[in-house]
Design a protein around this ligand. Structure first.
Ligand code: NDP
Length: 418
Protein backbone atom coordinates (compact mmCIF):
# COMPACT_ATOMS: atom_id res chain seq x y z
CA UNK A 1 0.00 0.00 0.00
CA UNK A 2 2.79 2.45 0.75
CA UNK A 3 6.32 3.46 1.51
CA UNK A 4 7.45 4.81 4.91
CA UNK A 5 10.64 6.58 5.90
CA UNK A 6 11.41 5.63 9.53
CA UNK A 7 13.86 8.01 11.24
CA UNK A 8 15.66 6.57 14.30
CA UNK A 9 17.11 3.14 14.98
CA UNK A 10 16.93 2.87 18.79
CA UNK A 11 14.86 0.69 21.12
CA UNK A 12 11.44 1.85 19.93
CA UNK A 13 12.39 1.97 16.24
CA UNK A 14 13.48 -1.68 16.47
CA UNK A 15 9.90 -2.64 17.37
CA UNK A 16 8.38 -0.31 14.77
CA UNK A 17 10.48 -1.88 12.01
CA UNK A 18 9.58 -5.39 13.19
CA UNK A 19 5.87 -4.58 13.24
CA UNK A 20 5.95 -2.83 9.85
CA UNK A 21 7.51 -5.98 8.40
CA UNK A 22 4.74 -8.10 9.98
CA UNK A 23 2.24 -5.72 8.34
CA UNK A 24 3.74 -5.87 4.86
CA UNK A 25 0.41 -5.35 3.10
CA UNK A 26 0.42 -1.78 4.38
CA UNK A 27 4.18 -1.22 4.71
CA UNK A 28 5.36 -2.48 1.33
CA UNK A 29 8.62 -0.58 1.55
CA UNK A 30 10.46 1.05 4.44
CA UNK A 31 13.69 3.02 4.68
CA UNK A 32 15.35 3.03 8.12
CA UNK A 33 17.43 6.19 8.46
CA UNK A 34 19.33 7.39 11.48
CA UNK A 35 22.41 9.25 12.66
CA UNK A 36 24.36 6.00 13.07
CA UNK A 37 23.76 4.05 9.88
CA UNK A 38 25.24 0.80 11.23
CA UNK A 39 22.26 0.51 13.61
CA UNK A 40 19.90 0.78 10.62
CA UNK A 41 21.91 -1.88 8.79
CA UNK A 42 21.75 -4.18 11.86
CA UNK A 43 17.96 -3.88 11.91
CA UNK A 44 17.76 -4.54 8.18
CA UNK A 45 20.00 -7.61 8.54
CA UNK A 46 17.66 -9.05 11.20
CA UNK A 47 14.48 -8.50 9.19
CA UNK A 48 15.45 -8.75 5.54
CA UNK A 49 13.95 -11.53 3.49
CA UNK A 50 10.28 -10.87 4.22
CA UNK A 51 7.74 -9.15 1.99
CA UNK A 52 8.58 -5.60 3.09
CA UNK A 53 11.44 -4.15 1.07
CA UNK A 54 13.95 -2.54 3.47
CA UNK A 55 16.60 0.04 2.63
CA UNK A 56 18.76 2.12 4.98
CA UNK A 57 20.27 5.60 4.97
CA UNK A 58 22.31 7.94 7.11
CA UNK A 59 20.69 11.21 8.18
CA UNK A 60 21.25 13.89 10.77
CA UNK A 61 17.64 14.82 11.45
CA UNK A 62 18.70 18.01 13.26
CA UNK A 63 19.39 19.35 9.79
CA UNK A 64 16.26 20.12 7.76
CA UNK A 65 18.20 20.09 4.48
CA UNK A 66 19.45 16.53 5.11
CA UNK A 67 15.93 15.25 5.81
CA UNK A 68 14.60 17.10 2.75
CA UNK A 69 17.28 15.53 0.54
CA UNK A 70 16.47 12.06 1.88
CA UNK A 71 12.71 12.53 1.38
CA UNK A 72 13.31 13.77 -2.17
CA UNK A 73 15.44 10.77 -3.04
CA UNK A 74 13.30 8.09 -1.28
CA UNK A 75 9.87 9.62 -2.10
CA UNK A 76 8.00 8.18 0.93
CA UNK A 77 4.23 8.45 1.48
CA UNK A 78 4.87 8.99 5.19
CA UNK A 79 7.72 10.02 7.51
CA UNK A 80 7.72 8.29 10.93
CA UNK A 81 9.82 10.17 13.47
CA UNK A 82 11.04 7.52 15.93
CA UNK A 83 14.20 9.48 16.79
CA UNK A 84 13.97 11.90 19.71
CA UNK A 85 11.61 14.79 20.55
CA UNK A 86 14.54 17.12 19.78
CA UNK A 87 14.05 16.36 16.07
CA UNK A 88 10.26 16.93 15.88
CA UNK A 89 10.38 20.42 14.39
CA UNK A 90 13.17 19.86 11.90
CA UNK A 91 11.44 16.74 10.56
CA UNK A 92 8.09 18.57 10.42
CA UNK A 93 9.76 21.38 8.47
CA UNK A 94 11.17 18.85 6.00
CA UNK A 95 7.75 17.18 5.59
CA UNK A 96 6.17 20.57 4.88
CA UNK A 97 8.79 21.40 2.30
CA UNK A 98 8.22 18.06 0.54
CA UNK A 99 4.45 17.72 1.08
CA UNK A 100 4.59 14.40 3.01
CA UNK A 101 2.54 13.19 6.00
CA UNK A 102 4.31 13.14 9.39
CA UNK A 103 3.98 11.26 12.67
CA UNK A 104 5.91 10.94 15.96
CA UNK A 105 5.70 9.46 19.46
CA UNK A 106 6.56 12.38 21.75
CA UNK A 107 6.06 16.14 21.67
CA UNK A 108 8.79 18.64 21.03
CA UNK A 109 11.37 19.61 23.60
CA UNK A 110 14.67 21.31 22.83
CA UNK A 111 17.99 19.66 23.47
CA UNK A 112 19.51 22.92 24.67
CA UNK A 113 17.30 24.33 27.42
CA UNK A 114 19.81 27.13 28.06
CA UNK A 115 19.23 28.65 24.60
CA UNK A 116 18.13 32.22 25.51
CA UNK A 117 15.63 32.52 22.66
CA UNK A 118 13.84 29.28 23.65
CA UNK A 119 14.17 30.11 27.36
CA UNK A 120 12.33 33.43 27.00
CA UNK A 121 9.36 31.72 25.28
CA UNK A 122 9.44 28.88 27.83
CA UNK A 123 9.39 31.21 30.83
CA UNK A 124 6.46 33.16 29.37
CA UNK A 125 4.58 29.87 28.87
CA UNK A 126 5.33 28.73 32.44
CA UNK A 127 3.74 31.93 33.77
CA UNK A 128 0.76 31.90 31.43
CA UNK A 129 -0.06 28.19 31.50
CA UNK A 130 1.12 27.23 34.99
CA UNK A 131 3.27 24.15 34.27
CA UNK A 132 7.02 24.08 33.91
CA UNK A 133 7.81 20.93 31.87
CA UNK A 134 10.33 21.54 29.10
CA UNK A 135 8.02 19.89 26.57
CA UNK A 136 4.64 21.18 25.43
CA UNK A 137 2.46 21.06 22.34
CA UNK A 138 2.57 24.78 21.47
CA UNK A 139 5.59 24.36 19.16
CA UNK A 140 3.95 21.69 17.04
CA UNK A 141 0.42 23.09 17.19
CA UNK A 142 1.92 26.24 15.65
CA UNK A 143 2.29 24.21 12.40
CA UNK A 144 -1.44 23.52 12.11
CA UNK A 145 -2.27 26.14 9.50
CA UNK A 146 0.80 25.35 7.41
CA UNK A 147 -0.06 21.63 7.35
CA UNK A 148 -3.67 22.43 6.48
CA UNK A 149 -2.59 24.64 3.60
CA UNK A 150 -0.15 22.01 2.35
CA UNK A 151 -2.92 19.37 2.51
CA UNK A 152 -0.85 17.04 4.70
CA UNK A 153 -1.45 15.41 8.09
CA UNK A 154 0.75 15.41 11.18
CA UNK A 155 -0.18 12.82 13.80
CA UNK A 156 1.45 13.70 17.12
CA UNK A 157 2.31 11.27 19.91
CA UNK A 158 1.29 7.83 18.66
CA UNK A 159 3.07 5.74 21.29
CA UNK A 160 1.36 4.25 24.35
CA UNK A 161 1.29 7.29 26.58
CA UNK A 162 0.89 9.59 24.76
CA UNK A 163 -0.97 7.67 22.09
CA UNK A 164 -3.04 4.65 23.12
CA UNK A 165 -4.18 6.43 26.30
CA UNK A 166 -5.82 9.11 24.12
CA UNK A 167 -7.41 6.48 21.89
CA UNK A 168 -8.88 4.97 25.11
CA UNK A 169 -10.28 8.44 25.99
CA UNK A 170 -11.80 8.94 22.53
CA UNK A 171 -13.23 5.41 22.66
CA UNK A 172 -14.73 5.96 26.14
CA UNK A 173 -16.31 9.21 24.97
CA UNK A 174 -17.71 7.59 21.84
CA UNK A 175 -19.05 4.37 23.37
CA UNK A 176 -19.29 4.61 27.16
CA UNK A 177 -20.03 8.18 28.25
CA UNK A 178 -22.02 11.24 27.25
CA UNK A 179 -19.66 13.34 29.35
CA UNK A 180 -16.35 12.41 30.96
CA UNK A 181 -15.68 14.19 34.26
CA UNK A 182 -12.32 12.78 35.36
CA UNK A 183 -9.53 10.79 33.74
CA UNK A 184 -6.75 9.07 35.69
CA UNK A 185 -4.02 7.63 33.46
CA UNK A 186 -2.15 4.88 35.30
CA UNK A 187 1.17 3.66 33.90
CA UNK A 188 2.49 0.65 35.77
CA UNK A 189 5.68 -1.16 34.90
CA UNK A 190 5.92 -4.29 37.02
CA UNK A 191 9.02 -5.42 35.12
CA UNK A 192 12.37 -6.24 36.70
CA UNK A 193 15.60 -6.03 34.65
CA UNK A 194 17.86 -6.98 37.54
CA UNK A 195 19.95 -3.77 37.44
CA UNK A 196 19.86 -1.50 40.50
CA UNK A 197 19.20 1.41 38.11
CA UNK A 198 18.37 1.63 34.41
CA UNK A 199 15.79 3.48 32.33
CA UNK A 200 13.40 1.71 30.00
CA UNK A 201 13.68 4.26 27.22
CA UNK A 202 16.12 6.99 26.27
CA UNK A 203 17.68 7.92 29.69
CA UNK A 204 17.97 11.62 28.96
CA UNK A 205 14.31 12.02 27.97
CA UNK A 206 13.14 9.68 30.74
CA UNK A 207 15.10 11.33 33.57
CA UNK A 208 14.14 14.83 32.46
CA UNK A 209 10.50 13.77 32.61
CA UNK A 210 10.45 12.07 35.99
CA UNK A 211 12.65 14.57 37.86
CA UNK A 212 10.42 17.49 36.84
CA UNK A 213 7.58 18.92 38.99
CA UNK A 214 4.31 16.98 38.79
CA UNK A 215 1.14 18.63 37.56
CA UNK A 216 -2.47 17.89 36.81
CA UNK A 217 -5.39 19.63 35.16
CA UNK A 218 -8.31 20.65 37.36
CA UNK A 219 -11.28 22.93 36.73
CA UNK A 220 -9.73 24.64 33.74
CA UNK A 221 -6.17 25.17 34.95
CA UNK A 222 -2.91 23.41 35.83
CA UNK A 223 -1.98 22.58 39.42
CA UNK A 224 1.77 22.08 39.80
CA UNK A 225 3.32 20.19 42.73
CA UNK A 226 6.84 19.23 43.89
CA UNK A 227 8.36 16.25 42.01
CA UNK A 228 7.11 12.89 43.38
CA UNK A 229 5.11 14.61 46.13
CA UNK A 230 1.75 12.92 45.37
CA UNK A 231 1.88 9.19 45.99
CA UNK A 232 -0.88 6.60 45.76
CA UNK A 233 -1.07 2.81 45.83
CA UNK A 234 -2.97 0.76 43.29
CA UNK A 235 -3.58 -2.94 42.85
CA UNK A 236 -2.95 -3.57 39.12
CA UNK A 237 -4.45 -6.53 37.32
CA UNK A 238 -1.77 -9.22 36.71
CA UNK A 239 0.92 -7.08 38.36
CA UNK A 240 -0.28 -6.47 41.94
CA UNK A 241 0.02 -3.66 44.44
CA UNK A 242 2.39 -0.83 43.42
CA UNK A 243 3.32 2.66 44.59
CA UNK A 244 2.65 5.26 41.95
CA UNK A 245 3.46 8.96 41.74
CA UNK A 246 1.78 11.86 40.03
CA UNK A 247 3.76 13.21 37.04
CA UNK A 248 3.22 15.88 34.46
CA UNK A 249 2.54 14.15 31.13
CA UNK A 250 2.06 15.53 27.66
CA UNK A 251 -1.31 14.01 26.79
CA UNK A 252 -2.96 15.89 29.68
CA UNK A 253 -2.43 19.09 27.68
CA UNK A 254 -4.22 17.90 24.56
CA UNK A 255 -6.95 15.97 26.41
CA UNK A 256 -7.80 19.10 28.42
CA UNK A 257 -8.61 20.80 25.10
CA UNK A 258 -10.25 17.88 23.32
CA UNK A 259 -12.44 16.17 25.94
CA UNK A 260 -15.34 18.60 26.36
CA UNK A 261 -16.18 19.49 29.96
CA UNK A 262 -13.51 17.30 31.58
CA UNK A 263 -12.95 18.48 35.15
CA UNK A 264 -9.75 16.73 36.17
CA UNK A 265 -6.97 14.79 34.40
CA UNK A 266 -4.09 13.17 36.30
CA UNK A 267 -1.23 10.90 35.31
CA UNK A 268 0.44 8.41 37.66
CA UNK A 269 3.49 6.23 37.04
CA UNK A 270 4.80 3.43 39.24
CA UNK A 271 8.39 3.55 40.53
CA UNK A 272 10.28 1.21 42.81
CA UNK A 273 12.21 2.55 45.79
CA UNK A 274 15.60 1.71 44.25
CA UNK A 275 14.85 3.77 41.13
CA UNK A 276 13.73 6.75 43.22
CA UNK A 277 16.74 6.57 45.58
CA UNK A 278 19.17 6.44 42.65
CA UNK A 279 17.44 9.26 40.84
CA UNK A 280 17.41 11.52 43.90
CA UNK A 281 21.08 10.85 44.52
CA UNK A 282 22.05 11.47 40.88
CA UNK A 283 20.06 14.69 40.91
CA UNK A 284 21.63 15.87 44.18
CA UNK A 285 25.15 15.43 42.81
CA UNK A 286 24.29 17.21 39.55
CA UNK A 287 24.34 14.20 37.21
CA UNK A 288 20.91 15.03 35.75
CA UNK A 289 22.01 18.50 34.66
CA UNK A 290 21.79 19.37 30.96
CA UNK A 291 24.15 22.32 31.33
CA UNK A 292 27.63 21.55 29.95
CA UNK A 293 30.59 21.61 32.37
CA UNK A 294 34.27 21.78 31.56
CA UNK A 295 36.13 18.66 32.68
CA UNK A 296 39.88 18.62 32.10
CA UNK A 297 39.59 20.82 29.04
CA UNK A 298 36.64 18.95 27.54
CA UNK A 299 33.03 20.08 27.63
CA UNK A 300 30.64 17.41 28.86
CA UNK A 301 26.91 17.43 29.57
CA UNK A 302 26.38 15.51 32.85
CA UNK A 303 23.14 13.75 31.80
CA UNK A 304 24.70 12.68 28.47
CA UNK A 305 27.72 11.29 30.33
CA UNK A 306 25.32 9.41 32.63
CA UNK A 307 23.53 8.04 29.55
CA UNK A 308 26.85 6.61 28.34
CA UNK A 309 27.27 4.79 31.70
CA UNK A 310 23.74 3.38 31.98
CA UNK A 311 22.58 0.20 30.23
CA UNK A 312 21.26 0.88 26.73
CA UNK A 313 17.44 0.44 26.99
CA UNK A 314 17.56 -1.54 23.74
CA UNK A 315 19.60 -4.25 25.58
CA UNK A 316 17.16 -4.78 28.48
CA UNK A 317 14.94 -7.18 26.55
CA UNK A 318 16.52 -10.52 27.44
CA UNK A 319 16.75 -9.74 31.17
CA UNK A 320 13.41 -8.05 31.87
CA UNK A 321 10.66 -10.18 33.41
CA UNK A 322 7.16 -9.21 34.56
CA UNK A 323 4.35 -7.20 33.04
CA UNK A 324 3.23 -3.68 32.31
CA UNK A 325 -0.32 -2.49 32.89
CA UNK A 326 -1.21 0.89 31.38
CA UNK A 327 -4.68 2.36 31.09
CA UNK A 328 -7.24 5.03 31.93
CA UNK A 329 -9.91 5.17 34.62
CA UNK A 330 -12.88 7.35 33.71
CA UNK A 331 -15.74 8.81 35.71
CA UNK A 332 -18.64 10.61 34.08
CA UNK A 333 -22.24 10.34 32.98
CA UNK A 334 -24.22 8.21 30.57
CA UNK A 335 -27.95 8.81 30.08
CA UNK A 336 -27.91 11.10 33.11
CA UNK A 337 -26.42 8.44 35.43
CA UNK A 338 -22.96 8.56 37.08
CA UNK A 339 -20.67 5.72 36.01
CA UNK A 340 -17.01 4.64 36.11
CA UNK A 341 -15.00 2.66 33.59
CA UNK A 342 -11.42 1.39 33.17
CA UNK A 343 -9.68 0.51 29.88
CA UNK A 344 -6.17 -0.95 30.06
CA UNK A 345 -3.61 -3.21 28.43
CA UNK A 346 -1.38 -5.78 30.11
CA UNK A 347 1.85 -6.59 28.30
CA UNK A 348 4.43 -9.23 29.25
CA UNK A 349 8.11 -8.27 28.90
CA UNK A 350 9.28 -11.78 28.00
CA UNK A 351 6.50 -12.32 25.46
CA UNK A 352 7.62 -9.12 23.73
CA UNK A 353 11.20 -10.29 23.80
CA UNK A 354 10.24 -13.61 22.23
CA UNK A 355 8.27 -11.86 19.49
CA UNK A 356 10.48 -8.91 18.53
CA UNK A 357 13.59 -9.04 20.74
CA UNK A 358 12.76 -6.11 23.04
CA UNK A 359 11.19 -5.35 26.41
CA UNK A 360 7.60 -4.21 26.84
CA UNK A 361 8.29 -0.47 27.11
CA UNK A 362 9.73 -0.34 23.60
CA UNK A 363 7.01 -2.75 22.47
CA UNK A 364 4.10 -0.78 23.91
CA UNK A 365 5.48 2.34 22.19
CA UNK A 366 6.52 0.74 18.89
CA UNK A 367 3.26 -1.11 18.16
CA UNK A 368 1.07 2.05 18.38
CA UNK A 369 3.65 3.93 16.31
CA UNK A 370 3.26 1.33 13.57
CA UNK A 371 -0.54 1.54 13.95
CA UNK A 372 -0.46 5.35 13.72
CA UNK A 373 1.58 5.00 10.53
CA UNK A 374 -0.93 2.45 9.26
CA UNK A 375 -3.86 4.85 9.93
CA UNK A 376 -2.13 7.48 7.78
CA UNK A 377 -0.97 5.16 5.00
CA UNK A 378 -4.38 3.54 4.64
CA UNK A 379 -6.05 6.97 4.62
CA UNK A 380 -8.28 6.07 7.61
CA UNK A 381 -7.01 9.04 9.57
CA UNK A 382 -6.09 11.57 6.93
CA UNK A 383 -7.24 15.14 7.56
CA UNK A 384 -4.89 17.98 6.75
CA UNK A 385 -3.52 19.74 9.82
CA UNK A 386 -1.78 18.79 13.08
CA UNK A 387 -3.62 16.43 15.42
CA UNK A 388 -3.24 14.24 18.47
CA UNK A 389 -4.65 10.71 18.64
CA UNK A 390 -7.93 11.56 20.44
CA UNK A 391 -8.93 13.85 17.56
CA UNK A 392 -9.52 10.90 15.22
CA UNK A 393 -12.12 8.11 15.16
CA UNK A 394 -10.75 5.64 17.76
CA UNK A 395 -12.46 2.53 16.35
CA UNK A 396 -9.98 1.46 13.63
CA UNK A 397 -7.03 2.19 15.96
CA UNK A 398 -8.59 0.21 18.84
CA UNK A 399 -9.30 -2.68 16.48
CA UNK A 400 -5.70 -2.60 15.26
CA UNK A 401 -4.39 -2.66 18.86
CA UNK A 402 -6.20 -5.97 19.38
CA UNK A 403 -4.85 -7.36 16.14
CA UNK A 404 -1.22 -6.23 16.40
CA UNK A 405 -0.25 -7.24 19.94
CA UNK A 406 -1.74 -4.80 22.46
CA UNK A 407 -5.23 -6.14 23.24
CA UNK A 408 -7.20 -4.00 25.67
CA UNK A 409 -9.51 -4.96 28.48
CA UNK A 410 -12.40 -3.15 30.08
CA UNK A 411 -13.60 -3.12 33.67
CA UNK A 412 -16.86 -1.68 34.87
CA UNK A 413 -16.89 -0.05 38.34
CA UNK A 414 -13.09 -0.21 38.90
CA UNK A 415 -11.43 0.80 42.17
CA UNK A 416 -10.86 4.56 41.86
CA UNK A 417 -7.74 6.51 42.81
CA UNK A 418 -8.48 8.98 45.65
P1 NDP B 1 16.77 5.70 21.67
O1 NDP B 1 17.69 6.68 22.32
O2 NDP B 1 16.93 4.24 21.91
O3 NDP B 1 16.81 5.91 20.06
C1 NDP B 1 16.80 7.17 19.48
C2 NDP B 1 17.25 6.99 18.04
O4 NDP B 1 17.20 8.29 17.41
C3 NDP B 1 18.69 6.50 17.92
O5 NDP B 1 18.75 5.59 16.86
C4 NDP B 1 19.45 7.79 17.59
O6 NDP B 1 20.61 7.62 16.84
C5 NDP B 1 18.42 8.50 16.74
N1 NDP B 1 18.75 9.92 16.68
C6 NDP B 1 19.00 10.77 17.71
N2 NDP B 1 19.32 11.99 17.24
C7 NDP B 1 19.26 11.90 15.89
C8 NDP B 1 19.48 12.81 14.84
N3 NDP B 1 19.85 14.09 15.07
N4 NDP B 1 19.34 12.38 13.58
C9 NDP B 1 18.97 11.10 13.29
N5 NDP B 1 18.74 10.18 14.25
C10 NDP B 1 18.89 10.58 15.53
O7 NDP B 1 15.30 6.20 22.04
P2 NDP B 1 13.98 5.28 22.17
O8 NDP B 1 13.92 4.39 21.00
O9 NDP B 1 13.92 4.76 23.54
O10 NDP B 1 12.84 6.40 22.04
C11 NDP B 1 12.41 6.86 20.76
C12 NDP B 1 11.29 7.88 20.93
O11 NDP B 1 10.17 7.27 21.54
C13 NDP B 1 11.65 9.08 21.82
O12 NDP B 1 11.14 10.24 21.22
C14 NDP B 1 10.91 8.81 23.10
O13 NDP B 1 10.59 10.00 23.80
C15 NDP B 1 9.67 8.14 22.55
N6 NDP B 1 8.91 7.34 23.54
C16 NDP B 1 7.56 7.51 23.56
C17 NDP B 1 6.80 6.77 24.45
C18 NDP B 1 5.31 6.85 24.40
O14 NDP B 1 4.64 6.02 25.03
N7 NDP B 1 4.71 7.74 23.66
C19 NDP B 1 7.41 5.84 25.43
C20 NDP B 1 8.83 5.69 25.25
C21 NDP B 1 9.55 6.45 24.35
P3 NDP B 1 22.04 7.24 17.52
O15 NDP B 1 22.01 5.77 17.59
O16 NDP B 1 23.06 7.79 16.60
O17 NDP B 1 22.05 7.91 18.87
Amino acid sequence: MGRALIIGAGGVAGVVVNKCCQNSEVFEEICIASRTKSKCDDLKAKLDGGKTKITTAQVDADKVEEVVALIRSYQPDLVMNIALPYQDLTIMDACLECGVNYMDTANYEPEDIDDPEWRAIYEKRCKEEGFSAYFDYSWQWAYKKKFEEAGITALLGSGFDPGVTQAYCAYALKHEFDTIETIDILDCNGGDHGYPFATNFNPEINLREVSAPGSYWENGHWVEVEPMSIKREYNFDQVGQKDMYLLHHEEIESLAKNIPGVKRIRFFMTFGQSYLDHMRCLENVGMLSTTPINYEGKEIVPIQFLKALLPDPATLGPRTVGKTNIGCIFTGKKDGKYKTHYIYNVCDHQECYKEVGSQAISYTTGVPAMIGGMMLLTGKWNKPGVYTVEEFDPDPYMEALNKWGLPWQEEKDPVLVD
